[in-house]
Design a protein around this ligand. Sequence first.
Ligand code: UDP
Ligand code: GLC
Length: 400
Amino acid sequence: MKILFLNYSGKLGGAELSLLDLAKVYPDALLGLFEDGQFRQLAEQNQVPVKILSDRTIAVRKESSWLVGLSSLGSLIPLVANVTQLSRDYDLIYANTLKALVVGAFASLIARRPLVFHLHDILSLDHFSRANRRLTVALCNRFASRVIAVSQASLNSFIEAGGRPEIGVKVYNGFQLQDYSDDDPDEKRQHNTAQQLRDRLGLDDRFVIGHFSRLCAWKGQHILIDALTHCPPDVTAVLVGDDLFGEQDYVQELHDQVARLGLSDRVHFLGFRSDVVPLMKMCDLITHTSTTAEPFGRVIVEAMLCGKPIIAADAGGVLEIVEPGVTGWLVPPGDAQRLAETINHCRNYWQETQTIAQQGRQQAKQRFNLTVTRKQIRHLLEQVIAARSPQPGRSLELRQ
Ligand code: UDP
Ligand code: GLC
């Protein structure tokens, strides 16, 4: 199967890490990126061939208006021409995220190649302008053979926005279980590294709360910082992640908030890290604090797979991952007080907390296995390609 994977961003967000996990298993695939960056480097290290398709930035963001969209046509046209030409050598175009959908849809029309869209979003007005939501749904309905949504919440938002239910399918992100496993011969080394990491940061006697997300207002790092003021003084937060999509003002606000609340020795900014597993293992507890509905939330599953207690914000795909009181805890989005109360509860009932974390680990292993995710997607892609290249006697129908 020859797949042309398309992705706008050259940065390493969850949508990119998730795409890389898929692209790795298609030896004849090409990953077309609309900008250069760390994503290219990581893909190449994983033997995925990459081509940078544009040297210009596309100004459109999810929340942009039609006018901004129109003004970016100048950079889109050469990109569409480029992708159309390229896609003639591939069986299928796989668009990851909205900008790739726009380019992939037109290329699919001109080059007559089937299109699959991977939706990593919730199509709500919290994240999208009306214009971009309409555009996403219209392009999917008209051009995509399949829309793979990252959660039921994401799929529901597509259908509620007018998406054709028959092309939508939910497929959860999957994870390479051995990276987190207790049976991994590296596990001992990982624990040592975790201990070393704690020592290096001077966290040994602290109760360490991890937060693993790009620094961005809706990911809500400020909620965790506020929550610290309601926790005992040894509770310390480690913020792992960087500003990926131009949110420098928010990063500055976080630093100001820490200084204003006198928390400089209780909040550590570690920036973007590629050693997330040992860092998670270094933590006592992990929080997820998105203030609007999270489409999926890879970090939540990763925390569970590391066997760590997770407190997550109760909205979007998160509800499909965490069963409160059984595999983790949920608190209302944006509620620092409830977050602090839950942190303190977990700490006070540590035995019960460990039991829940272990239940979370078991469930995450069963439900978010990368091998299963890859199989589901391969099957979908095979169906789409088969339906486009009919042989005598073969049905053109796509089945779920
Ligand atoms: N991540 C990382 N380094 C960091 C911070 C985050 O590798 O410094 C990874 C994290 O482990 C997760 C992904 O980035 O796999 C973020 O995905 P998620 O779905 O949680 O959120 P997104 O940023 O995609 O909205
Ligand atoms: C997006 C979403 C996130 C999801 C990730 C992988 O970046 O914001 O919730 O986990 O894609 O699907």
